[in-house]
Design a protein around this ligand. Sequence first.
Ligand code: NAD
Length: 291
Amino acid sequence: MTTVGFIGLGIMGSPMASNLLRAGFDVIGYDLVESSLERLTGEGGQVAESVARATSDADVVITMLPNFPQVEAVAFGEGGVLDSAKPGLLYIDMSSIRPQTSRRIAEEGAERGVRVLDAPVSGGERGAIDGVLSIMVGGAPEDFAAAAAVFEPLGRTIVHVGPAGAGQTVKAANQLVVGGTYALVAEAIVLLEASGLDAGLGLDVLAGGLAGSRILELKRRTMVERRFEPGFRIDLHHKDMGIVLDAAREAEVALPVGGLVAQLIASARAQGHGQLDHSALLKVAENLSGR
Ligand code: NAD
């Protein structure tokens, strides 16, 4: 039986760990927040009281943490994943973080005989629950092949996109498109409602045409009804737009629309909406039109 240490059991990590349990893996979970651990034990998983305990007996460790400082603490800290790994451990970081941290984990992992993949995901909480995430994987091809059985219960579109850090760069591109789409759907709602039309009906038509997208499919109802419970928090998308713009600087390209989307998300945050779902970009679009 393969034992998976799962560190970070939040909105995404918790249903992902459940899917691994259902697929027959032994899961030993760790999170700072007690309530995040309750669901895991309820479903037959074990709870570890430290990163080291979640790692030392594991064949595979997955981290699903908010941002790079948490990942660096868990990966590199004393009693962290690299410190506690048994030889040959496969360490898969599925958080969305800056690519340079992923590259550093891969380098330091290689020095200690730990195989490392960066494997951020797209598909949101719904995709995590249904086990249909898109998983973009950076690392060595043989490590990607070794991880196939672990990815299988979590995702539907699972692609090896390049060397260490490449998964994170593809995820940054994903967040650019997602942020831009939300910003434009928000503006469409403002336009339709200000024109005295039923925005829900209008978006139903858009969803079936060329403007259709997974965002329109899954979120148009909740946006029109102004239900913004996360989902994916504005704070996390703000973090991701920072990664996008850093990647653009490194690649020496201009992303003017991406820059604007980053500022709209910064505005949502500045207005106190950081804990709301990123579809709350609608609040910014409304504000800009005095609505
Ligand atoms: P979350 O805040 O719900 O979960 C993060 C979990 O990590 C929390 O339970 C927190 O207690 C735990 N944690 C933080 N520091 C820790 C530490 N040092 N040790 C152990 N546990 C620690 O966030 P989330 O929405 O699940 O997102 C996790 C990652 O996945 C982020 O990088 C996010 O950008 C990415 N992501 C999220 C979504 C989404 O829709 N929510 C979609 C795709 C990708």
